[in-house]
Design a protein around this ligand. Structure first.
Ligand SMILES: Nc1ncnc2c1ncn2[C@@H]1O[C@H](COP(=O)(O)OP(=O)(O)OP(=O)(O)O)[C@@H](O)[C@H]1O
Length: 462
């Protein structure tokens, strides 16, 4: 697609960029594979590289030009190549082939903490980051107070970065960017970890910046893409499959997500009437409306934190909690109303008898919104209770339709106990095993909203 630059000049362009990765079949294949193939060659035999690795293309000969003044949104499923593209455009990752032209000054907010030294204080990092971006120490000193003020970090600016939360690192990084005066700003989902007030502040700044300069933005928040961007590209397996109006791009992308979902019991037949339908397995009847980016209740999950605070007698340890989609694929995004799987993986540090695994969701005030556990399902059957030997592993999986959440941050706690529902001893309880954030929406009216199968209003016969 031709670029829609406001003054006709190009802010950034990429020609035929590809990124290939070599995926080794095992760590030892990486060590011995090249040697084994060399020995085969010397012995006059045909090398067998396929036994040791396969080549994987994360980006495939992509050409793109972004006009000065454009705000380009980049969307696509996990692993479609968005971060790879942004890193290559920003110059922090070398492409395997192709070239990038950057006529102006480019600043990027990519993977959290990139360009920072975690042993340095916030103050030292401001000067370090400024130097990396070509600013003299006098120039950094001149904007230092303003950077700290924007960040809202206060006295924390004198503390080492390793003591910062991920939200604080984003505060510092974004505040720095606002003072670098770039021509092109590249942002990769980084704002997703900021708290609501700071994200609002960044959005206000970004809207002003977009009016004058060029922005490239990756976001799973399709509402942000449609409201901020003048153009959007949709990536699929390292290729641009749509380049054009953001509204159309997000519509096509969402359609493709729903097309990829299996049909069957979860599908609602249009011919069913409310009276004769069986609601089990149905989607929310507002499903079509909720596909719309404006209404979709996006939930962005962060990875399991093994360092999260926990307690318990530790006969068993929770070592992973993950979010999967309906098909069992690990995901970092989902939405209210969708079927998800929460998997809790546990290691038995000692022999464990009849374990119970549970999980629940709390809001940031610590109010519990819902919880559940395996006790009923594992004790309502005639099955023998689970007996796990020392060193063994076990896992619980909860499959349910996500409720709707108000805008804000939430935590999933996970726990493993032994005993019975009424008399048990906690072995490991992880307070904030998974964190997630919810976008503003109008679907959730209470603390949580329920996926609603049917609603009717009618007069009863007297
Ligand atoms: N260093 C690496 N070695 C091997 N494969 C890699 C490497 N970095 C990325 N990949 C692969 O390249 C593909 C594209 O990754 P990339 O991070 O760009 O996707 P993405 O669209 O940004 O995903 P997400 O939405 O999850 O952030 C993925 O399949 C990923 O596994």
């Amino acid at each position: 697609m031709t670029s829609k630059s406001t003054d006709g000049s190009i802010a950034l362009s990429a020609t035929g960029i590809s990124k290939n990765y070599r995926i080794w079949t095992s760590p030892s294949a990486r060590l011995y594979g090249p040697l084994a193939n060399r020995v085969r060659r010397i012995a006059g035999k045909t090398p067998t590289p396929e036994r040791y690795y396969r080549d994987f293309s994360a980006l495939n000969e992509m050409s793109l030009s972004i006009g000065a003044g454009e705000c380009l949104g980049v969307i696509g499923k996990n692993g479609s190549g968005k971060s790879t593209l942004l890193q290559i455009l920003a110059g922090t990752l070398q492409s395997s082939s192709g070239s990038v032209s950057r006529p102006g000054k480019v600043a990027a907010l990519l993977e959290l903490g990139t360009g920072f030294n975690h042993e340095f204080t916030g103050r030292e990092n401001v000067f370090l980051y400024g130097a990396i971006n070509g600013l003299s120490s006098d120039a950094v000193a001149a904007v230092f107070d303003s950077v700290v003020e924007f960040s809202g970090l206060g006295d924390f600016i004198e503390q080492p970065l390793r003591t910062y939360s991920s939200g604080m690192v984003v505060r510092l990084a974004f505040s720095l960017l606002t003072h670098l005066d770039p021509d092109v700003l590249i942002i990769d989902e980084a704002l997703a970890v900021g708290d609501a007030a700071f994200v609002q502040k960044c959005m206000r700044w970004l809207r002003g910046f977009i009016k004058e300069k060029t922005v490239i933005l990756v976001s799973h928040d399709l509402g942000a893409i449609t409201s901020l961007c003048s153009r959007a590209i949709w990536l699929k397996q390292g290729e641009v499959v749509f380049d054009g109006h953001p509204k159309r791009a997000t519509e096509l992308y969402l359609e493709s997500i729903y097309e990829d979902q299996p049909t069957g019991s979860a599908e609602t037949s249009n011919e069913q009437t409310p009276e004769d339908s069986d609601v089990s397995g149905k989607k929310d009847f507002r499903h079509e409306t909720l596909k719309d980016p404006e209404h979709r209740n996006e939930l962005k999950f962060f990875k399991f934190d093994p360092e999260a605070e926990s307690f318990g007698k530790r006969k068993a340890t929770i070592n992973q909690v993950e979010l999967l989609d309906e098909l069992g694929q690990p995901v970092s995004m989902t939405a209210g109303g969708e079927v998800v799987r929460i998997k809790v993986h546990v290691h038995a540090d000692e022999a464990v008898s009849a374990p119970i695994i549970g999980f629940g969701v709390k809001n940031r005030l610590g109010q519990e919104l819902f919880h559940d556990n395996t006790y009923l399902s594992s004790h309502s059957k005639d099955d023998e209770p689970l007996e796990i030997e020392e060193g063994g592993r076990f896992v619980a999986e909860f499959v349910f339709r996500m409720p709707y959440f108000n805008a804000g941050e939430y935590f999933i706690f996970a726990a493993v106990a032994t005993g019975t529902h009424d008399d048990h001893s906690q072995q490991h309880w992880v307070h904030e095993a998974l964190k997630f954030s919810s976008n503003p929406n109008r679907i959730c009216l209470g603390l949580i909203g329920l996926p609603m199968m049917e609603v009717s209003l009618k007069q009863e016969d007297s």
